[in-house]
Write a protein that binds this ligand. Structure first.
Ligand SMILES: [Zn+2]
Length: 162
Protein backbone atom coordinates (compact mmCIF):
# COMPACT_ATOMS: atom_id res chain seq x y z
CA UNK A 1 0.00 0.00 0.00
CA UNK A 2 1.31 3.41 -0.96
CA UNK A 3 0.49 5.75 1.89
CA UNK A 4 2.37 9.08 1.87
CA UNK A 5 3.92 10.14 5.18
CA UNK A 6 1.93 13.40 5.35
CA UNK A 7 -1.35 11.49 5.10
CA UNK A 8 -0.19 8.99 7.71
CA UNK A 9 0.48 11.93 10.02
CA UNK A 10 -3.04 13.19 9.32
CA UNK A 11 -4.36 9.78 10.42
CA UNK A 12 -2.36 9.85 13.66
CA UNK A 13 -3.56 13.40 14.37
CA UNK A 14 -7.16 12.28 13.84
CA UNK A 15 -6.66 9.36 16.24
CA UNK A 16 -5.14 11.66 18.88
CA UNK A 17 -8.03 14.13 18.64
CA UNK A 18 -10.51 11.28 19.07
CA UNK A 19 -8.68 9.68 22.01
CA UNK A 20 -9.96 8.13 24.38
CA UNK A 21 -12.46 6.95 21.75
CA UNK A 22 -11.53 5.00 18.67
CA UNK A 23 -11.81 6.93 15.42
CA UNK A 24 -12.60 5.46 12.02
CA UNK A 25 -12.82 6.43 8.40
CA UNK A 26 -12.21 5.69 4.78
CA UNK A 27 -8.99 5.88 2.77
CA UNK A 28 -9.61 6.88 -0.81
CA UNK A 29 -7.33 6.92 -3.82
CA UNK A 30 -6.49 4.76 -6.79
CA UNK A 31 -5.61 1.07 -6.76
CA UNK A 32 -3.44 0.68 -3.67
CA UNK A 33 -2.45 4.33 -3.32
CA UNK A 34 -4.01 6.46 -0.57
CA UNK A 35 -4.69 10.02 -1.72
CA UNK A 36 -7.34 11.30 0.68
CA UNK A 37 -8.51 10.51 4.20
CA UNK A 38 -12.17 10.81 5.13
CA UNK A 39 -13.06 10.52 8.82
CA UNK A 40 -16.42 8.84 9.49
CA UNK A 41 -18.31 9.33 12.74
CA UNK A 42 -17.83 6.41 15.16
CA UNK A 43 -21.38 5.65 16.25
CA UNK A 44 -20.52 2.63 18.43
CA UNK A 45 -22.26 4.32 21.38
CA UNK A 46 -25.59 3.96 19.59
CA UNK A 47 -25.20 0.21 18.96
CA UNK A 48 -27.45 -1.74 21.30
CA UNK A 49 -26.73 -5.15 22.78
CA UNK A 50 -29.86 -6.45 21.01
CA UNK A 51 -28.25 -5.75 17.64
CA UNK A 52 -25.75 -8.52 18.38
CA UNK A 53 -22.93 -6.57 16.76
CA UNK A 54 -20.59 -6.49 19.75
CA UNK A 55 -19.82 -9.19 22.28
CA UNK A 56 -18.13 -9.22 25.64
CA UNK A 57 -14.57 -10.36 25.10
CA UNK A 58 -14.54 -12.78 28.04
CA UNK A 59 -18.13 -14.04 28.30
CA UNK A 60 -19.02 -13.86 24.61
CA UNK A 61 -22.39 -12.33 25.51
CA UNK A 62 -23.91 -9.57 23.40
CA UNK A 63 -22.80 -6.16 24.62
CA UNK A 64 -23.53 -2.54 23.89
CA UNK A 65 -21.07 -0.66 21.72
CA UNK A 66 -18.44 1.35 23.58
CA UNK A 67 -16.49 3.80 21.42
CA UNK A 68 -13.40 3.49 23.64
CA UNK A 69 -12.99 -0.13 22.51
CA UNK A 70 -15.27 -0.44 19.47
CA UNK A 71 -15.76 1.35 16.21
CA UNK A 72 -18.90 1.36 14.13
CA UNK A 73 -19.05 3.59 11.08
CA UNK A 74 -22.20 5.67 11.24
CA UNK A 75 -24.11 4.41 8.17
CA UNK A 76 -25.35 7.84 7.08
CA UNK A 77 -21.96 9.43 7.51
CA UNK A 78 -20.39 6.52 5.64
CA UNK A 79 -22.82 7.04 2.75
CA UNK A 80 -21.94 10.76 2.70
CA UNK A 81 -18.25 9.84 2.35
CA UNK A 82 -18.92 7.20 -0.33
CA UNK A 83 -20.73 9.88 -2.36
CA UNK A 84 -17.86 12.31 -1.88
CA UNK A 85 -15.35 9.65 -2.96
CA UNK A 86 -17.46 8.97 -6.06
CA UNK A 87 -17.74 12.67 -6.89
CA UNK A 88 -13.95 12.98 -6.75
CA UNK A 89 -13.59 9.95 -9.04
CA UNK A 90 -11.62 8.13 -6.35
CA UNK A 91 -11.94 4.55 -5.12
CA UNK A 92 -12.17 3.20 -1.60
CA UNK A 93 -8.65 1.87 -0.97
CA UNK A 94 -9.06 1.03 2.69
CA UNK A 95 -10.87 1.42 5.96
CA UNK A 96 -9.09 2.66 9.03
CA UNK A 97 -9.67 2.84 12.75
CA UNK A 98 -7.61 3.51 15.82
CA UNK A 99 -6.68 1.39 18.80
CA UNK A 100 -6.05 3.55 21.85
CA UNK A 101 -4.49 0.85 24.04
CA UNK A 102 -3.60 -2.07 21.82
CA UNK A 103 -1.34 -2.67 18.89
CA UNK A 104 -2.14 -1.80 15.28
CA UNK A 105 -3.40 -5.29 14.45
CA UNK A 106 -7.04 -6.28 13.74
CA UNK A 107 -8.73 -7.70 16.84
CA UNK A 108 -10.88 -10.85 16.61
CA UNK A 109 -13.89 -8.49 16.60
CA UNK A 110 -12.39 -6.46 13.74
CA UNK A 111 -11.95 -9.66 11.74
CA UNK A 112 -15.43 -10.93 12.63
CA UNK A 113 -17.11 -7.67 11.56
CA UNK A 114 -15.06 -7.10 8.39
CA UNK A 115 -17.58 -7.57 5.58
CA UNK A 116 -15.95 -5.72 2.70
CA UNK A 117 -12.77 -7.58 1.99
CA UNK A 118 -11.47 -5.83 -1.14
CA UNK A 119 -10.07 -2.73 0.58
CA UNK A 120 -7.28 -3.02 3.13
CA UNK A 121 -7.85 -2.52 6.83
CA UNK A 122 -5.50 0.06 8.30
CA UNK A 123 -4.95 0.25 12.04
CA UNK A 124 -3.44 3.15 13.88
CA UNK A 125 -2.21 2.53 17.41
CA UNK A 126 -1.65 5.33 19.88
CA UNK A 127 0.46 3.18 22.18
CA UNK A 128 2.51 0.86 20.02
CA UNK A 129 5.15 1.47 17.46
CA UNK A 130 5.07 1.43 14.48
CA UNK A 131 1.84 3.37 14.73
CA UNK A 132 0.22 2.46 11.44
CA UNK A 133 -0.08 -0.97 9.85
CA UNK A 134 -2.16 -2.23 6.93
CA UNK A 135 -3.86 -5.60 6.71
CA UNK A 136 -5.67 -7.74 4.19
CA UNK A 137 -8.46 -9.67 5.88
CA UNK A 138 -9.01 -13.04 4.28
CA UNK A 139 -12.19 -15.08 4.77
CA UNK A 140 -13.91 -17.72 2.66
CA UNK A 141 -17.06 -15.63 2.89
CA UNK A 142 -17.35 -12.01 4.08
CA UNK A 143 -20.03 -13.12 6.55
CA UNK A 144 -17.67 -15.62 8.22
CA UNK A 145 -16.82 -14.83 11.82
CA UNK A 146 -13.28 -16.12 11.61
CA UNK A 147 -10.60 -15.15 9.19
CA UNK A 148 -6.98 -14.31 8.83
CA UNK A 149 -5.26 -10.92 8.85
CA UNK A 150 -2.21 -10.73 6.59
CA UNK A 151 0.02 -7.69 6.93
CA UNK A 152 0.62 -5.58 3.84
CA UNK A 153 3.73 -3.37 3.71
CA UNK A 154 3.24 0.39 3.58
CA UNK A 155 5.50 2.60 1.50
CA UNK A 156 5.63 6.37 1.16
CA UNK A 157 5.34 6.31 -2.61
CA UNK A 158 8.71 7.83 -3.39
CA UNK A 159 9.78 7.12 -6.91
CA UNK A 160 13.13 5.38 -6.74
CA UNK A 161 15.27 4.91 -9.80
CA UNK A 162 16.86 1.52 -10.16
ZN1 LIG B 1 -10.07 -2.64 16.20
Amino acid sequence: MVFPVALRQELIDHARVGDPDEVCGILAGHENRVERIFPVHNSAASVSADSGVFRDRTTGEASVGRPSVHYYMDPRDQLRVYNQVDDLALDVVGYYHSHTHTEARPSPTDIRLANDLSPLYVLVSLTHSPGIRAWKIVKNDPADEMGEAIEVPISDGDIRLA
